[in-house]
Design a protein around this ligand. Sequence first.
Ligand SMILES: Cc1cc2nc3c(=O)[nH]c(=O)nc-3n(C[C@H](O)[C@H](O)[C@H](O)COP(=O)(O)O)c2cc1C
Length: 213
Amino acid sequence: MTTSSNLLFVSSSLFNGQSKSREIAGEYISGWRRANPSGRVIERALSPENIPHLSGATLAALGKAADARTDDEAKAVAFADSLIEEAEAADTIVLAAPMYNFAIPTTLKAWIDHIARAGRTFRYTAQGPEGLLKGKKVVVVVSRGGFYTTGNAAAASMNHQEPYLRTVLAFLGLTDVTFIEVEGQAIGPDVAAKGLEAARAAALSLVALPVAA
Ligand SMILES: Cc1cc2nc3c(=O)[nH]c(=O)nc-3n(C[C@H](O)[C@H](O)[C@H](O)COP(=O)(O)O)c2cc1C
């Protein structure tokens, strides 16, 4: 079944090779490829080397007419524009987001800071803010060393990863969001393996697999 044709994959682990969030996102994407054989996958593997913080200089450049920008300003605007264009062009967006210090990696925050642009991906109306990245499916794989979803209120209150992502994605108009949780990755090998397998099953159940002939 072909449901969509353009998938943007944004990963943000510092451990690309051994990343659990990336591995489980990869499971989902493999299934998506089987269901969308002619679909296109664009990957943004974020790292501190390839995405800067949103700077005051870039914000100032965004406020200038194109022909008034210096070369550096034009480059910074082109980079931010390219991130927005990738998000706009996608039917499906997959985010792989480790928990770092109870929140998301700073690289992923920088990506969000670059794509959240008034007048382009959201706007303010008389009724309040309106997200403009509409009609897309989002799958977010969140990985964690510990457990935050076991019903323990104290642990849940420390989770600033998933609630933040839900808030900012909804603000941008992304409301069809499914989270896959990979928990317990720092507790020990058995617990980690169990957490990974549960997440793998959740990822595979999300994709519509072709029926065997
Ligand atoms: C810098 C850093 C900070 C972390 N902070 C937390 C944390 O606050 N809570 C937690 O449960 N795990 C924390 N962890 C563990 C990671 O969330 C866990 O290893 C997860 O699997 C990382 O995702 P990845 O495998 O995709 O890289 C941290 C790991 C690193 C490297």
